[in-house]
Design a protein around this ligand. Structure first.
Ligand code: FAD
Length: 388
């Protein structure tokens, strides 16, 4: 593991800090936590923040300059994450579009698609969702059934998608459909960029266990999607999907920042929480101290895993299975922190942010590739065990 912050990354840090100091005060505390469940006033404020970021070319710094990014390298992206976290900047409104879907459009899109979709995505004027999973196709995504049949210059789409994050807010969807049912399952899939306002598309929100609205089911009934919605070659949507998923898993590299500050917050709360009749605090209790130490170590482990991935990227190594390690460590550590908070803070933590966290974080070992599937990847690609 070997990396340093080169002078250009430090110059970028300076520029970003100056900009944040001037722009952030008006947005302190807006949409704290997640932009996924924002509504009403908060949504409007987040939209304003996103436009501001886009105008300053800070909304997606890794994108090429011609589409509103800065063509930023790995260390600038690391600096960006550090500084936004340090400043407590609001989340982006369009996380799936910016981080996962745009890279697929940049790689596979026509020039017309790039010019049409990327600017509005950047400013949060268009919100995007991913229509990949189906009731019978999650981990085994290639078995998806939602069909698209060519009829002249349209695709007629029928079928169901599920667990679509932001589907209730999105006006565009990156949709995987089966266009050749006779081909082997990975070969007959295409990717369409779908206007969600077209007739024949119905979004039904799913309420999560935390009572929030974050993801949805989407039903397609004879929806007529223009043929120019095709992203990449027909029947080669699997390659497009893999680009999207690689970026989805790649973004976990920076997650140690929020995890570790959450752990620091819990340590502070433990020092202030009295747990016995003699006035001893949770931080002094021998059993609770071990639990706190355990989650602290998991946070530090995630930092090392992230830094190893960054070092690899700088030295030209593909992210590969390291993203699966980071995803595993991060998702389990988030759950362990929530559980530790329950033990340390007692029933008082059942409500409020810790209570929500404890329940919400259960989703992390499923979303974006389950723990078991990631372990299979590691077994094959790192341990060299046979495929099952
Ligand atoms: C918060 C959240 C947000 C999401 N957002 C989106 C989104 O925006 N768009 C979208 O398309 N999807 C989304 N998903 C869906 C997500 O991608 C799937 O839930 C995930 O891929 C798992 O698929 P599944 O739910 O069908 O479970 P299944 O694949 O049915 O798995 C069920 C269980 O079997 C295990 N299992 C499956 N296959 C294997 C195997 N080969 N070996 C060992 N164990 C196995 C799994 O680990 C799991 O425990 C989201 C999910 C969550 C939780």
């Amino acid at each position: 593991m070997d990396f340093t912050y080169p002078p250009e990354a430090e110059a970028f840090r300076k520029e970003l800090r100056v900009w944040l100091e001037a722009s952030m005060p008006a947005f302190v505390g807006v949409g704290l936590g997640s932009g996924l469940t924002a509504e009403g006033d908060t949504l409007e404020r987040l939209h304003e923040w996103n436009r501001l970021l886009a105008d300053a070319r800070f909304a997606a710094i890794s994108w090429p300059e011609e589409y509103g990014g800065r063509g930023a390298g790995t260390m600038e992206q690391v600096v960006f994450a550090e500084e936004m976290h340090r400043a407590g900047a609001p989340p982006t409104l369009n996380p799936l579009g910016l981080s996962n879907i745009a890279p697929a459009i940049i790689q596979f899109g026509t020039e017309e698609q790039k010019r049409h979709f990327l600017p509005a995505m950047l400013r949060g004027d268009d919100i995007w969702c991913q229509g990949f999973s189906e009731p019978e196709a999650g981990s085994d995504l290639a078995s998806l059934k939602c069909s698209a049949v060519r009829d002249g210059d349209v695709f007629v789409v029928n079928g169901q998608k599920t667990w679509n994050t932001l589907g209730h807010m999105a006006n565009w969807c990156e949709l995987l459909v089966r266009t050749d049912p006779s081909a082997p399952k990975h070969k007959g899939i295409s990717c369409l960029l779908v206007d969600m306002t077209l007739p024949g598309i119905e979004v039904r929100p799913l309420t999560t266990i935390t009572g929030e609205q974050e993801f949805n089911e989407i039903f397609f009934t004879d929806a007529r999607i223009p043929a120019e919605a095709l992203l990449g070659p027909e029947h080669e949507g699997w390659r497009v999907a893999m680009t999207t998923l690689a970026y989805e898993r790649g973004t976990v590299a920076n997650l140690h920042l929020s995890l570790r500050s959450k752990i620091r917050g819990l340590l502070d709360e433990a020092k202030a929480t009295v747990v016995d009749a003699d006035g001893g605090t949770a931080a002094q209790d021998p059993v609770l101290r071990q639990k706190l130490a355990q989650v602290y170590l998991e946070g530090e482990l995630l930092k090392l895993v992230s830094e190893r991935a960054i070092s690899g990227a700088i030295h030209g190594r593909d992210l590969g299975p390291e993203s699966s390690i980071a995803k595993l460590v991060w998702s389990e550590a988030e759950q362990h922190v929530g559980e530790a908070a329950g033990d340390v803070l007692g029933t008082g933590s059942n409500a409020g942010k810790w209570g929500r966290d404890r329940v919400y974080m259960r989703a992390l070992t499923i979303a974006g590739g389950t723990t078991q599937v990631n372990k299979n990847i590691l077994a094959q690609r790192i341990l060299g065990l046979p495929r099952r």
